[in-house]
Design a protein around this ligand. Sequence first.
Ligand code: AMP
Length: 390
Amino acid sequence: MPARSITSLQLGGKKVLVRCDFNVPLAEGKIQDSERIDASLDTIRYVTERGGAAVLCSHLGRPKERTPELSLKPVAEYLTNVLGKKVALAPDCIGDITGKMIEMLKPGDAILLENLRFHPEEEANDRDFSHELARGKQAYVNDAFGTAHRAHASTAGVTRFIAERAAGFLMMRELEALRSVTVNPEHPAVAILGGAKVSDKMGVIKSFIAKLDAILIGGAMAYTFLKAKGVGVGRSRVEDDKLVLARELLDEAAAKGKRIVLPVDHVVAISADEESTATVTQIPVDMMGLDIGPATVDSFIAELSRAKTVIWNGPLGLFEREPFSHGTMRVGEALANMPGVKSIIGGGDTAAAVGHQPWSKQFTHISTGGGATLEFLEGIELPGVKALES
Ligand code: AMP
């Protein structure tokens, strides 16, 4: 059942707890990338413009206890700047002082609660902590898609105590984009999968074989599939304990008439730190494949140019190093420039690899969630979304 949207809530005069994903990279107290904050600004503005008082909350990093370096202070300062109104940082996410600050908020105000994970009860989805978090708020909005796969106090437990609840605009955008791939996608529908490990993506591959027409596999995970087919992969990264499963997936796809397209050439080196590289069709025994080669890039682009829907999860090579980034970049740029193709880009490493390129604006959607995207695509119900249902 699709979650209710924030637009269905009456927000005027209410204190609205808004769960955001402000888990941004910080260096020496400075925000390195504000994308996750920016992605929720329309939700925050909507609450305040409708006469609600926005009580914003988020986690930051993985503290086990109160850790000054993981304070949300830089985020409060950033929000004050971009919203053009004071967004105070409460000293904690619960407690009397914070409670008083919330009580004093007027319609249109916004406040940010301190890092939820300063309390281990947040991740434990503790009932009393959830109750405390809900105290004094009359509505709840979850906009934190990136944490929706976790049943924590602020994403799940708190909804037991706030009846008026809905998904924010970012959450709605994310769910709609991913549903357009998994529920009756426009065909041909093609997935691009890459990244380091097959084991993380087995469930997703199974679900894609059932729903999509073709799966293009690059990255290190391609070598497990190639080895399972008996192709020499030299010293490339392979998950030997997944060879049988990889063979089964190839057979399952063939039996269902779905295509799994594997690399036909590779950029190889003696090691991942090596500067000297070569492009080969057969990987020498002492070398490892670190990127897809140009013929593979062309074959992937040819597949994509026939598609109507494309979902991409995982870089196609060791993109962090320039010599091995070309496959990911060339496929990304070509896809971004294909008119009429719905292109959904998974969060995490895929967004890190291509999300800052000038052409990335042309993708239909770049997800802010890594783990949440994978679980959704696998068909797992996200606890943070389920908790929004009444
Ligand atoms: P994942 O978290 O599974 O999406 O994996 C992402 C990581 O896989 C990135 O850090 C990439 O550098 C790495 N990766 C992609 N292709 C390769 C490859 N051929 N060999 C080694 N690492 C790779």
